[in-house]
Structure formats: structure tokens, C-alpha cells
Design a protein around this ligand. Structure first.
Ligand SMILES: CC(C)(COP(=O)(O)OP(=O)(O)OC[C@H]1O[C@@H](n2cnc3c(N)ncnc32)[C@H](O)[C@@H]1OP(=O)(O)O)[C@@H](O)C(=O)NCCC(=O)NCCS
Length: 179
């Protein structure tokens, strides 16, 4: 894995239970900015930081999934989480980039790349040799980003329903082994 390059003024650290609210707020804000026009407005309006906080409090409290957070000026500007590959077709050597969200104001500043690299390093350090990530097939910014980071579609597709709207998710994969 290449060394993690953190933009000036940004710090990365492991997530802790007390981060649950900030992580949820970043996720909801980033979702709304990203999926406007791609998911129904009612679904985006209905997202609740409170509900997401409960979920993240459980995950961060369990410590089962690795979470990395990025901060700048005392505020959280993004986070990523990783864990074992969840799909039935994956072997034990495949880990998953489960989430990667940056606040819109920090897009294109290197925060996304820093979080991505730190998250993948955690997977590699845990012994995973390959990674997968699921993304909404219409999320063009994410697709461009993942292309630049060496991910390729592995042919797996998944259908999800959001408030009656059917969307297609695409799975990407890449090696976590140097060379
Ligand atoms: C997907 C996402 C994490 C990608 O973030 P991003 O803003 O494109 O990526 P970065 O912040 O790393 O920015 C990279 C660009 O910033 C520029 N940049 C500016 N300063 C930089 C720095 N110090 N270091 C690296 N890149 C820098 C570069 O031009 C770089 O582009 P390049 O890779 O073509 O050289 C972000 O857009 C996001 O959170 N989107 C919403 C949520 C989402 O879709 N998540 C994925 C769901 S699967």
C-alpha cells in the first residue's frame, strides 16, 4: 500500500464511541449532497442523523468494524470504515471498504484519498489481500475517484429499493497487495 498522504491541516485517527453523532452527521450531509437527483427527494429528506447515530454508536462501541475519521479545524470532515467482505461469494482474504464519506466542502482536497488509503491500509494490515466496495452505479464522482485509486468493476450487481425507486449498485474490487 502507498503511504497515506494527509492534506495540510487535516488529521486522521481511529473512530471512538463519542464520534457517533459526528459520523452520522457527515454521512447524512454527504448522502444528501451526493444523491440529490439520483435517489427520491423523500428518501433524502427522511434521513435522520439521530437514527444513524444509534447505528454508529453500536458499530463504534463494538469495535468490530474499523473506522477512520478525518478532522480539520476541530470538525469532522469525513470518515471511512472497513470490515470483512460481506457477500457470500467472497473468500476470507477479501475485505470490504464499507463506507467512505467526505463533507461536500472538502471534496477535491485530498481528504477522500487520505481516508481511502488509511482504510485500505487497515485492511491490508489485518491480512486481507483483496478489497471490494459497493457503489451506486449512477454515482459518477465516486466512480471517477475509485477508477483513479485502481478499483475495477468485478461484474457483481445488486438491486436496491429506495422509496419505490429501484437503483443498481455495482461492486468494484482491487488488490491490497503491493506490486
Ligand atoms: C467519493 C469521495 C470520498 C471522493 O472524494 P474526492 O473529493 O473526489 O477525493 P479527494 O478529496 O481525494 O480529491 C482528489 C482530488 O483532489 C485534488 N487534490 C487537491 N489537493 C490534494 C491533496 N493534498 N492530496 C490529494 N489530492 C488533492 C486532486 O486533484 C485529486 O484529484 P486526482 O486524484 O485526479 O489527482 C467524495 O467525493 C465523497 O465523499 N462523495 C460522497 C460520498 C460517496 O459517494 N462516497 C462513496 C460511496 S461508495
Amino acid at each position: 500500500m502507498r503511504p497515506v498522504v494527509v492534506p495540510p491541516g487535516v488529521t486522521l485517527r481511529g473512530g471512538v464511541g463519542a464520534d457517533a453523532g459526528a459520523v452520522a452527521a457527515v454521512q447524512v450531509g454527504s448522502w444528501r449532497a451526493t444523491y440529490v437527483g439520483l435517489l427520491p427527494e423523500a428518501v433524502l429528506d427522511g434521513l435522520s442523523v439521530g437514527d444513524k447515530t444509534e447505528g454508529w454508536a453500536r458499530v463504534l462501541g463494538e469495535g468490530g468494524r474499523h473506522v477512520v475519521v478525518a478532522e480539520s479545524g476541530g470538525r469532522m470532515v469525513g470518515f471511512a470504515s472497513v470490515g470483512p467482505g460481506r457477500d457470500a461469494d467472497l473468500d476470507g482474504a477479501t475485505g470490504q471498504l464499507t463506507t467512505l464519506y467526505v463533507v461536500p466542502g472538502a471534496w477535491g482536497t485530498g481528504v477522500g484519498r487520505a481516508l481511502h488509503d488509511a482504510a485500505l491500509s487497515r485492511l491490508a494490515d489485518a491480512g486481507y489481500r483483496r478489497g471490494v466496495v459497493w457503489m451506486l452505479s449512477t454515482n459518477a464522482r465516486a466512480r471517477r475517484f475509485y477508477d483513479r485509486q485502481g478499483w475495477m468493476a468485478d461484474g457483481r450487481l445488486r438491486v436496491q429499493q429506495f422509496g419505490g425507486t429501484v437503483v443498481l449498485d455495482r461492486r468494484l474490487a482491487r488488490s491490497l497487495v503491493a506490486g
